[in-house]
Design a protein around this ligand. Structure first.
Ligand SMILES: [Zn+2]
Length: 448
C-alpha cells in the first residue's frame, strides 16, 4: 500500500517500507499513444525499414504468366500439367514450372494471401533451387511476416550460390541484416549491414545501420533474460528480480492473449526495459509518451523494484498491441488497437459512459474513420476522449458477439481494402451501425 502520495508534472512519488519511491507519471496515467502509423496497404511500423531488392526471378515467360493466372484466379490444372512435364526432365519444362509457381505467388501476394504465396515460392524452388530471385523474394515475404528465423534459410542458400562480391551479395547481406535485426541479434545485424554497405552503398542500409548502432550502444550495458516467447534486455542498474517478474507476467499474458485472440506470434518478442532518460534518448518519443510498442516492447521502469499492478497493466496493454499488430499485419486501425488493449488490461467504460453518451448526443464525437490513423498529433483532451470511446466501442462488440468477433475482424483486416470493409464482411455492420450499437450498449449497461 502506498502512503503519502505526491505528484509533480512528471513523476508520482510515495512512501513504502523500503523508502520513498517514484515512478514516471506516464505509467500511472496510462496515456500512452503508441504510434502504429496505420496506413492502408502499407508496411507496419513493426516491419524493418528496408525495401526488397529488384532482382527479377524469371524473364520471358509472359505466355506462362497468362496461362497460370487468368480470370482473377490461378489455373491449377495448368500448373499440374507443367509439373508433370517438368518431372519428365527437360530443362525448359522445369524452368516453366518454376516460372508458373512464381506467377501464382505474385498473384496471391496481390490478394494479400501471404501464406499461400510463400508455398508457391517454395514449390518454385523445388524446380529451380538456385534461382536467386526466387530465394530473395521468399526471404522478403517471410521478413514481412516477421518470420525472421525462416527467412534466414533462403538467404543462407542464396549466399552459397552467388559470388561473395557485387550487387547480389550486397542485397543478400542487406536482407540478412534485416532478419538479425528482427531477431534482436544486433551484432550480427550490424555486421551484415556493414558488409552490404561495403559491397554497394545504399541510403536505406546506411539509415538502418545507424539505428542499429544506436540501439547497440545503448544496449551494450544491458543485461539479458529469455523465456520461450520473449527476449528481454534491461539496464544493469535495474533489479534482476524485476526483470524476472516482468518475464513471468509477460508469459502469463502471452498464454491469455494467445487463447483470447486465437493467434500465436511466430517469433520471439523483444522487450527492452529502460530508465526514463535512456527511454527518451533511444525512442526519440515525446516527453509524454509512456511505454511504446514499435515492434519491440519498450517499457520505462525507473524506480520500480517489482511488478506493481500498474506495471502489470502496462505490460498487458503493450503486449496486446504486439499481438494485434502481428495478427492484422500492421493494418488494425488505432481505435481498434487501443480499444482491445484497454479491454485486455481490464478497463471498462462504467465511469466514462455518461460523458460519452453526452458527447455523442451533442454530435462532437470524432468518427471512427477519423480515429483510424495515428493519434500522435491529436490535442490531449481529444486523445483522452479517443481512448474512452475506443474502449466503449470494443466493449460493446465483445459484449454483443464475444471475443471471437474481434478475432475474426482482425484476421479480415489483414487482407481487406479498409477496416470498415472488413467490418462489413465479418460483422455485417458499418461504422455508423457500430457507433449506434455502442451508445445503446452504454445506456443499457451503465445508465439505469
Ligand atoms: Zn496503447
Amino acid at each position: 500500500m502506498a502512503s503519502n502520495v505526491t505528484q509533480d508534472a512528471k513523476r508520482v512519488s510515495y512512501d513504502t517500507p523500503a523508502g520513498r519511491m517514484s515512478i514516471p507519471k506516464s505509467i500511472v496515467a496510462r496515456i500512452d499513444r503508441d504510434d502504429f502509423s496505420y496506413s492502408p496497404g502499407a508496411s507496419a511500423s513493426s516491419q524493418p525499414p528496408i525495401s526488397p531488392p529488384s532482382i527479377e526471378p524469371v524473364h520471358g515467360y509472359e505466355d506462362v504468366a497468362h496461362l497460370t493466372v487468368h480470370d482473377d484466379a490461378i489455373d491449377f490444372a495448368y500448373l499440374a500439367k507443367l509439373e508433370t512435364d517438368a518431372r519428365s526432365g527437360s530443362d525448359a519444362a522445369v524452368a516453366k514450372a518454376a516460372a508458373a509457381h512464381f506467377f501464382a505467388a505474385q498473384f496471391l501476394i496481390g490478394k494479400g494471401d501471404m501464406g499461400a504465396a510463400a508455398d508457391h515460392y517454395r514449390q518454385a524452388l523445388i524446380f529451380a533451387p538456385n534461382n536467386l530471385g526466387l530465394l530473395l523474394n521468399l526471404a522478403v515475404l517471410e521478413l514481412r511476416e516477421s518470420q525472421f528465423t525462416q527467412a534466414l534459410d533462403p538467404l543462407e542458400h542464396a549466399r552459397r550460390v552467388v559470388p561473395a562480391s557485387g550487387l547480389e551479395a550486397a542485397a543478400i547481406a542487406k536482407l540478412m541484416g534485416w532478419a538479425y535485426y528482427g531477431l534482436n541479434k544486433m551484432d550480427r545485424a550490424i555486421e551484415e549491414w556493414k558488409l552490404s554497405e561495403q559491397l554497394h552503398p545504399d541510403p536505406q542500409v546506411e539509415q538502418a545501420l545507424a539505428k542499429a548502432q544506436r540501439d547497440q550502444a545503448e544496449e551494450e550495458s544491458y543485461r539479458e533474460g529469455e523465456t520461450v516467447h520473449f527476449s528481454l534486455k534491461y539496464y544493469g542498474g535495474a533489479a534482476p528480480d524485476l526483470a524476472r517478474g516482468i518475464l513471468r507476467a509477460l508469459e502469463d499474458d502471452f498464454r491469455d492473449l494467445e487463447s483470447q485472440l486465437d493467434y500465436t506470434p511466430p517469433a520471439q518478442i523483444s522487450v527492452v526495459l529502460y530508465t526514463e532518460q535512456a527511454f527518451a534518448d533511444i525512442t526519440r518519443a515525446p516527453g509524454w509518451a509512456g511505454a511504446v510498442y514499435d515492434g519491440r516492447l519498450r517499457i520505462p521502469v525507473q524506480g520500480l523494484a517489482s511488478v506493481t499492478p500498474d506495471l502489470a497493466r502496462v505490460l498487458k496493454h503493450e503486449l496486446t498491441h504486439s499481438f494485434i499488430t502481428q495478427k492484422s499485419r500492421g493494418r488494425a486501425p488505432t481505435w481498434l488497437q487501443e480499444g482491445v488493449a484497454q479491454w485486455m488490461e481490464d478497463r471498462r467504460s462504467s465511469a466514462a459512459a455518461g460523458a460519452l453518451i453526452d458527447v455523442v448526443g451533442r454530435g462532437s464525437m470524432p468518427s471512427l474513420a477519423s480515429l483510424e490513423a495515428s493519434w500522435m498529433a491529436m490535442p490531449n483532451d481529444m486523445v483522452a476522449l479517443a481512448y474512452q470511446w475506443s474502449l466503449a466501442v470494443v466493449e460493446s462488440m465483445i459484449q454483443t458477439g464475444g471475443m471471437s468477433d474481434v478475432s475474426r475482424l482482425l484476421d479480415r483486416i489483414a487482407n481487406a481494402p479498409s477496416p470498415e470493409s472488413a467490418l462489413r464482411e465479418t460483422l455485417h455492420s458499418d461504422y455508423s451501425d457500430l457507433e449506434q450499437q455502442t451508445i445503446a450498449y452504454l445506456k443499457r449497461s451503465y445508465l439505469r
